[in-house]
Design a protein. Structure first.
Length: 410
């Protein structure tokens, strides 16, 4: 897992910087982020179906790494903005292939008593890999052509493919994807690796069942949680789509842009290791609200900084604010929201409820990304960041209204 996470970690930042170097605008970045989010929805459905039908974990993992390497190498030959956008969308589709089979492999090859520690190690290795990938970007960004960085990243993906051939053994017993939902550790890690989990494709009646309950005090928690999560991902789409273009416009160098992402990833990895203790001391709901408000503070700070600062000043503000929002605040809300979703699934309608959750996440991210490009291009980055902060305030308000049942279920 280490080389593949090194390979995939910097791709989002790399693709955005390459689009900007090709004289693309924040509108193009918005289109790229929108199509990336749009591709992830059918990807989650398709690769989930393949995982259940194939019954072979090793082959799926190995071939997904090889195909990702091919997509990364293809960046070298693309010289247009729209070409980069299409390749980036294809990367989104393929990068969803290995998350679920790897998640299942842990449960299929490790004793049940070791699942918690195995998933913890898995998360740590994934975080370290992404951090090292960002570090490569920092060292590469200002000294060598950006499009050649994908050669190194593609080679790392092939290294993971080779290691998988040698080290992964097919399990004696295989599980269906529904097993992920039965075990909290696998559920949390699965959503961290890919926040889309379609056990079944949701229907209109599934959305009605979940959201009409918001009117009723005893059963409204799932609706409030999903609305809060939707607001969170909409705000994230707004902010994340415009962050790199705002840094680029402020004359922050490529290496420094990767540096901002690197510091955020380091803080996020550390925060995830601490979050369990925080939840036990503070409670699920309160920790979630704190995370949302801290993230809103970070986004509002960016709105002020982008108005009055440039160059090293804006870089300094980003190095302070981004770890707060993408590191500490993200860990607080992501961990607690997943706990709340898990605690409200119940024993019936799990597939349809998760389908609604995944659809909300995917659509909110996609719409937020699209609107982000429009606001930033026609109004300014400050307006995008303020809007994102306000939506997080809405998410915090919705989360505060959630009843104590989610606490009791933990």
């Amino acid at each position: 897992m280490l080389p593949i996470n090194m390979a995939t970690g910097p791709v989002g930042t790399l693709a955005q910087l390459y689009i900007l170097e090709l004289h693309g605008s924040v509108l193009d970045i918005g289109l790229a982020a929108t199509l990336f989010a749009a591709a992830s929805i059918p990807a989650a459905i398709f690769w989930g179906f393949i995982t259940d039908r194939a019954q072979t974990r090793k082959s799926l993992v190995v071939w997904s790494y090889i195909l990702i390497a091919g997509i990364l190498f293809s960046f070298v030959f693309v010289r247009t903005v729209y070409g980069i956008i299409l390749v980036y969308s294809a990367f989104s589709f393929l990068s969803a292939a290995f998350a679920t089979p790897l998640n299942l492999l842990i449960m299929e090859t490790q004793p049940k008593a070791s699942w918690a520690s195995a998933f913890a190690r898995f998360s740590m290795i994934s975080g370290v890999g992404t951090t090292l990938g960002m570090l490569i970007g920092v060292g590469w960004g200002d000294f060598l052509p950006l499009n050649l960085l994908v050669i190194v990243l593609g080679a790392l993906s092939l290294v993971s493919a080779g290691l998988s051939v040698q080290m992964i053994k097919e399990p004696v017993t295989v599980f269906e994807r529904s097993m992920i939902v039965m075990v909290s550790q696998s559920f949390y890690h699965g959503l961290l690796a890919l926040p889309l989990l379609f056990l079944k494709i949701p229907k209109v009646m599934d959305f009605r069942r979940v959201f009409r309950s918001v009117k009723f005090g005893l059963t409204r928690e799932p609706a409030l949680i999903y609305l809060s999560i939707g607001a969170f991902y909409f705000a994230s789409g707004l902010f994340n789509t415009s962050l790199v273009p705002s840094l680029f416009a402020a004359k922050v160098s490529n290496s420094e842009v990767f540096g901002v992402s690197l510091v955020g990833m380091i803080v996020q990895t550390l925060a995830f290791n601490y979050i369990g203790k925080r939840i036990r001391e503070t409670g699920i709901r309160r920790t979630a609200v704190q995370g949302l408000l801290l993230r809103a503070f970070s986004y509002a700070g960016f709105a002020i900084a982008v108005l009055y600062l440039a160059g090293l000043g804006y870089l300094g503000a980003a190095l302070f604010l981004y770890p707060l929002g993408a590191g500490i605040a993200f860990a607080y809300y992501y961990a607690t929201s997943n706990v709340m979703v898990f605690n409200t699934l119940g024993r019936t309608n799990q597939g349809s409820s998760l389908g609604v959750y995944s659809a909300v996440v995917g659509m909110a991210t996609m719409v937020g990304s699209f609107i982000s490009g429009l606001i930033s291009f026609y109004v300014g980055y400050y307006a995008t960041f303020i809007a994102a902060a306000l939506w997080l305030g809405l998410a915090a308000s919705l989360t505060s209204a959630i009843g104590e049942e989610v606490e009791a279920s933990q």
